[in-house]
Write a protein that binds this ligand. Sequence first.
Ligand SMILES: Cc1ncc(COP(=O)(O)O)c(C=O)c1O
Length: 404
Amino acid sequence: MLEIEKVREKFPSLNNCDNDGNNIIYLDGPGGTQVPSDVIEGISKYYKNHNANTHGEFRASIETDNIMDDLRKKSALFLGAKDSKCISIGQNMTTLNFSLVRSLSKIFKKGDEMIITELDHEANRGPWRTLEDIGVKIIEIDLLQNGELDYDDFSKKINDKTVMVAVGMSSNAFGTMNKIKKIREILENHNCLLLLDAVHYAPHFSIDVNKLNCDFLVCSAYKFYGPHISILYAKPGLLDKLDTDRLIVQDQNAPYKIETGTLNHAACYGVSKAIDFIASLGSGDNYRKKVIDAYNKLSTHEYALASKLYNGLNELKEIQIIGPDFSSRDRTPTISFVHKSKSANQVCKELAKKNISAWDGHFYAKRAIQKLGLEKRGGVTRLGISIYNTSTEVEKTIEILSSI
Ligand SMILES: Cc1ncc(COP(=O)(O)O)c(C=O)c1O
């Protein structure tokens, strides 16, 4: 069990209050979480002590090289990857995905087929759509009205022309957990690449890229208590085969060949600190085991709070929850709903008046919101549970929503 009050002490922003001294309730985690002191101090320490570009002979530059190597090693352990050569760093997931698409566009050809889904964030749809320019057919897997992907439709749409599948591990709009094992089964006799978008999944569950047997996986540290940096995992040897956009003067090998220009070293140091923060919540005799144990504890805490929130909201006549229920733990602690008489934006404004941070709209999962007929209503109001949320906060949120 996690001692949540102790965990909360690590997050300075949780002390922020309004003019009446009421603390802010942060339920906006799916848009980006709050950040613990070690991460904030790490970034500041980098600028104070280690600030330099890489590959120099002087102390700060050597330290920066070490910081970057360390981030790759920790990220590899975080994702269960073979080694740090599989880990590339990028500005954000969207940019990494665009870079990947550009390089894959040199391999794919007219008549090839690429599968995306109606449930995914636009960052895992739009970049792939650009492949249409070279004659690749983009095929979308249907989203069902219950917020789940249609796996029968998946089976029907895969064929010998499919060269790639890009799918989210979970939905940032509804909290749906996609069945990656099932998708792997469907793909079994097909020789195509699989990219997993773990941006909404990584804050809540541990990842094992070997078990997932994916070719690429992307996630963003600002969703798991870190700064705005993203990580690309590529299967050993795969990135080396791609003709990425790069300068002739930069390192031509994986993992560097997809990284352009000077990276944000201070933020990268912050990402290492964020992974350390997660690992520090778990126990085990090595770093990977600590990460896995931490996620077991973290997801237990989040699931308990999110089910409480779900059950409370379910009792409110004015509110209709969209997406999967909490009968199983196979969902993220992200709850979206519509209000019978108020738009999603009006609900968020009311919540903000009471110091609750929540998001409304489509969160760039626009196709999913359209498909479920929610666009005209202004999308949904989304409440996301993160590690620092408490039972009292959930109770207060239910109470406030019951009076809107
Ligand atoms: C599921 C999902 N995928 C992709 C993205 C895009 O990530 P980034 O902001 O790092 O480009 C987001 C951001 O909200 C997301 O939730």
